[in-house]
Every structure is written in C-alpha cells, then in structure tokens.
Write a protein that binds this ligand. Structure first.
Ligand code: PRT
Ligand code: ZN
Length: 289
C-alpha cells in the first residue's frame, strides 16, 4: 500500500476474480501480474490491486485500507458497508439470495417460516429479512454446502445464493422467496484523498461507468424513408434521439444512426426492415463517455 497510489481491492480467486480483472483492464488500466501474489501493480496509472478473499473486501474498504472494492452486493450487505458508498453495479456476478424449501413444502409466505430452522451463510441479511417480515425463526450459520442442511436434518429450509437453480434442483429444493438481488458492485471508501489522488479516483469511476454503459450497447446504422422515422424511433430499443443525416441525391430518404442501450436482436432488425429501413448495420461499442 502506498500513500501516492489508489488501491482497488478485488477477489483473488473465485467467481468474481476474472471478471473483476477484465473490468479493470477494460477501463484501460494495464495490470502487471508480478511475483507478488497479494498486489498487482498498474503500470500506466498510480493504481494498485489488492487481491484478497471477497469476505474481507467490505472491511478493507470501510477502514480505508483500500480506496475501492469490487465485491458482490450479498457480501457487502452481510459484512456491513459502514460509511462506504456503493458507486455503481457492474453487471456481472448476478445471483439471488433466496429462501428454498424441500419440494412439497407448503410455503404460503414469510409467515410459513415461523419456528423453523433456516440454514444460511448470510445470517445478517437473513436476520434482517426475518425481522422486517416479523418472523421468528432459528438461523443455523454454515460456511458452505448449505443446500445439504435439510437432508442432514440440520435445518428445515435454507437461504442461499441461486444463479441457474441447478444446485437446488439436485438437492430436492425449490426457491420460494427472494431475499436479496445481487451482482458485483464498485464500492468506495469514506476517505478524504489528496487532490491528485482524488483525480485518479474520479477517472477510475468515470471509466468504469464508460465500460458498464457500453456493455451490451450497440451502434445501429441504416437508411430509411423520412416517412418511416417515427416508426423506426419506436422500434429501436433504448435509443436516445437518433442522428438523422441526408443521403446524397435523395430527398425522400435519410441515414439514421443511433446508440441502443440494449442488445439488438434479429427480431428488431426484421421489424426495422418491415418499417422500410435498408442497409441496416449493428456494431459493438468499445468505449463510451
Ligand atoms: O475465496 P473467497 O471467499 O474469495 O470466495 P467464495 O468462495 O466466498 O465466493 P465465490 O467465489 O464462490 O463467489 C463470489 C461471489 O460470486 C458471491 O459472493 C456472489 O456475489 C457471486 N455469485 C454469483 C455466486 C453465484 N453466482 C453462485 N451461484 N456465488 C455463489 N454461487 C453458488 C451458490 O452459493 C450455490 O452453492 O453457486 C451455487 C448455486 O448455483 P446454481 O447455478 O446451481 O444456482
Ligand atoms: Zn468468500
């Protein structure tokens, strides 16, 4: 850790590690993977990466040991974010913390959990959910393999992360109640920085915004009759006002350029074509500011 460099805490290995590094690299930070396992250095900006277990990231950031952290919202909520600020969701590591019951359990809402034993790795988040819903239940805290708890008669139901649902299915469980929607977030320390480092921190935030904004966004170009413009604007998904330019030698037709914030599917292209558009091109966007 150095007083004249920004430190970003990220998961060392696990589900978020590769995507976090990709995000940092997409923000234009050239990462040097040195012999030091704990720290990676960025060579083109005063930034260091602190590589740790995800559970420690909220504390490192809240204590100002790191200036930023990339961590699952589930972990942040469980460990407490203190005075740290969630700057933005990052669009990866998506999963849901859910209550799941054995198949055949007659679940009628949170009230059905009264008096039960619930196994989870997220006792704080679950405790808050139960309190908010006026439920009194026993929380059994396990650090892993939560899904086997009902079979071992350790608990009646569980509260665990779900992404595809395959783990629940393989264990004869079914999700019945969402507790927390999660994805990786950028979190910032509640710490005063020198003016120089504050500039670096702002630029990191701006670039991360640019990377997340361009994810899934597309640049769409086409030619179209002027008369079709209202219909075309309606069809383009998540587009702001399109840029309209005249076509040389044609009064009745124009070129339409638009940035679409959502993915553009084949059906959209077919609808554009049906509305009169031709020469339709969809291009990926690399950076956006
Ligand atoms: O070593 P370290 O402590 O850093 O890592 P870890 O083992 O605690 O966490 P890791 O790497 O497993 O997960 C890191 C983060 O990824 C989590 O905190 C979540 O924010 C996010 N994430 C996204 C997930 C999942 N999807 C996920 N599916 N974390 C865990 N799972 C597990 C879940 O617990 C269950 O066992 O996958 C299983 C369910 O998956 P499906 O696809 O079968 O539903
Ligand atoms: Zn962990």
């Amino acid at each position: 850790m150095s007083a004249d460099r920004i430190c970003i805490a990220m998961q060392k290995s696990g589900r978020l590690a590769d995507k976090s590094l990709e995000m940092i690299q997409a923000a234009g930070l050239r990462v040097m993977k040195g012999a030091n396992d704990l720290f990676y250095r960025v060579e083109n900006a005063p930034v260091d990466l602190l590589r740790v277990r995800d559970d420690d990231i909220p504390t490192f950031v809240a204590d100002g040991v790191a200036d930023f952290g990339i961590v699952g919202l589930n972990v942040l909520e469980e460990h407490g974010k203190g005075a740290s600020e969630v700057v933005m969701p990052l669009g990866f590591g998506k999963c849901d913390l859910k209550i799941a019951t054995p198949i055949g359990f007659d679940y009628k809402g949170p009230g059905s959990l009264n008096g039960l034993r619930i196994a989870t790795s997220y006792p704080n988040v679950l405790g808050k959910f139960l309190a908010d819903n006026g439920v009194s239940a026993d929380i059994v805290t396990l650090s892993g393999a939560v899904e086997v708890a009902p079979r071992l008669k350790l608990a009646n139901v569980i509260c665990d992360l779900v992404s595809t649902g395959a783990t629940l299915e393989a264990n004869g469980l079914v999700a019945v109640e969402p507790v927390l929607k999660s994805e990786a977030v950028l979190v910032r320390a509640p710490k005063q920085l020198s003016p120089e480092l504050d500039k670096v921190a702002e630029s990191v935030v701006q670039r991360f915004r640019g990377v997340t904004a361009s994810q899934g966004a597309k640049y769409v170009m086409m030619n179209a009759p002027r008369s079709a413009l209202p219909k075309i604007s309606e069809i383009l998904p998540g587009a702001g006002a399109p840029t309209i330019t005249p076509l040389a030698g044609r009064d009745d037709a124009v070129a339409v350029h638009a940035v679409c914030q959502e993915n553009v599917f084949w059906e959209t292209l077919e609808r554009l074509k049906a509305a009169g558009a031709s020469a339709i091109l969809v291009l990926p966007i690399e950076k956006m500011m």
